[in-house]
Design a protein around this ligand. Structure first.
Ligand code: KIV
Length: 303
């Protein structure tokens, strides 16, 4: 059976596992609205994440921490309408799985039932193992996320690369093994030396999806706004800018403003016109008279 990216009409969890076995890379991106989700899906990207980077890149928050489950659900619904082929994954935001498993399960079930996600993602290693088991028991596929987990920004003291010493690297490896053992179908490896990500990738049966973790991972994910050049401020070094969309948008908006101010927009071709007979009538009777007549005729008919 041909399981290549082009041949497959719907990406599923088992198919992603087969990709690892066949050493075929997995492509992943974030999306937060309908038009972008359509473009990402039509481009053949395998997995679309409605992530909690929604907060910083779309909602203007200063981190991912304030993002709520209602906000994820709102954007998930929009993205769902644009996605046909990719596997759609919803991020469990900070606070949605930290109080207890029941609460996390309830929110994850809403993401599947109301947002039509096909899986959820959550951050953390060994300490999340029992929750991951619980979700998997409830038929919810889980994408793990270890290494630089942004929801732990205050614990790490910033967005710091993890696993840089031998001891720290073995902690990250233990986390990844625990998440796999708990039943995650794939694991995001974020912000770690490529050597460590390569080692974890070789040790795991499930695919690894790297972000700032080098090329040895089974797949890659980026925040779409970063790769399109829509994110304000400096980007981390692992982001390759594939486009400079902010510049394109800025240029278009400045030209629009200039054209309106100079009376160049709209032009005649961008305007609607009277049909010839109306135009002739108005011209023959003098500017406005024909219209006033037809108005008063209509008002008399209605009175
Ligand atoms: O929320 C997000 O965008 C993420 C990816 C960066 C993995 O978690």
């Amino acid at each position: 059976m041909d399981l290549s990216a082009e041949a497959v009409s719907k990406i599923s969890v088992p198919l992603l596992l087969q990709r690892k076995a066949r050493s075929e890379k997995i492509t992943c991106l974030t999306a937060y609205d309908y038009p972008i989700a359509r473009l990402v899906d039509e481009a053949g990207i395998d997995l679309i994440l409605v992530g909690d980077t929604l907060g910083p890149v779309v909602l203007g928050y200063d981190s991912t921490l304030p993002v709520t489950d209602e906000e994820i659900l709102h954007h998930l619904r929009a993205v769902r309408r644009g996605v046909k082929r990719a596997l759609l994954v919803a991020d469990l935001p900070y606070g949605s799985y930290h109080i207890n498993c029941e609460e996390a399960l309830r929110i994850a079930i809403r993401f599947l039932k109301e947002g039509k996600a096909e899986a959820v993602k959550l951050e953390g290693g060994r300490k999340r193992a029992s929750l991951i088991r619980r979700l998997v028991d409830a038929e919810i596929p889980v994408l793990g996320h270890v290494g630089l987990t942004p929801q732990s920004v205050h614990v790490f003291g910033g967005h710091r690369v993890q696993g840089k010493t031998a001891a720290a690297a073995s902690e990250v490896l233990e986390d990844a093994l625990a998440v796999e053992d708990a039943g995650a179908f794939a694991i995001v490896l974020e912000g770690m030396p490529r050597e460590l990500a390569g080692l974890i990738t070789r040790r795991l049966r499930v695919p690894t999806i790297g972000i700032g973790a080098g090329p040895e991972c089974d797949g890659q994910i980026l925040v779409l706004h970063d790769l399109l050049g829509l994110t304000a401020g400096p980007l981390p070094k692992f982001v390759r800018p594939y486009a400079a969309i902010a510049e394109t948008i800025r240029g278009a908006l400045e030209r629009y403003g200039d054209d309106v101010r100079a009376g160049r927009f709209p032009c005649d071709a961008e305007s609607y016109h009277w049909p010839h007979n109306v135009r002739h009538e108005v011209e023959a009777r003098g500017d406005g008279a024909a219209i006033r007549d037809s108005c008063s005729a209509r008002m008399t008919a209605h009175s």
